[in-house]
Ligand binder design. Sequence first.
Ligand SMILES: [Zn+2]
Length: 185
Amino acid sequence: MEIELTWAWLEGYPALDFANTVIRRGWTEYELVTSVDALSSWLDAAALPAPRPTTVTDDDLQSFLPLRDAALRLLRAATGHGDWHAADVRTLNEALLDCPEVTVLETAGSVVSRTVGSPAPFSLLLARLAAEVRDVLAGPRPDLALCDAPGCGQLFFQRRTNQAWCGPPCGNRARVARHHTATDN
Ligand SMILES: [Zn+2]
């Protein structure tokens, strides 16, 4: 199945924009970052916690995907979907340790984050994305949720208590799917 590459659902939270790079069509999941071009298009659309690297390579894609997979599993596990794996925590922490940063004093009342050494722009971006995911998981954020509707499966932050769907269209699709299941039986 050919999936049209749009990023219409990205919501401007780096940790979630990072994780929401697979999508459900029906109940089947599809990888959206299937090429360097797709990665580049995501970089243009997503909320990035570091400067956008001017170019990306296949090596960047190969380091993006395992970290994204770990982040996605951990964030899903935090919403009660799937298991929390120590190996995923190690993957996340390795990205952080790859690119250490120190908070230094800039002027009275303001600090700034400085990298140790001169990391490649893409490594810095991955480390900052890992830090965003760490902060959501360490929060903890009780408003983190997974929209378990057919055709969605996206992680989102609830805007009201017990919000089940990321938006009304997902609620409608889930109700229609439930209705079909009920009438099929
Ligand atoms: Zn949804």
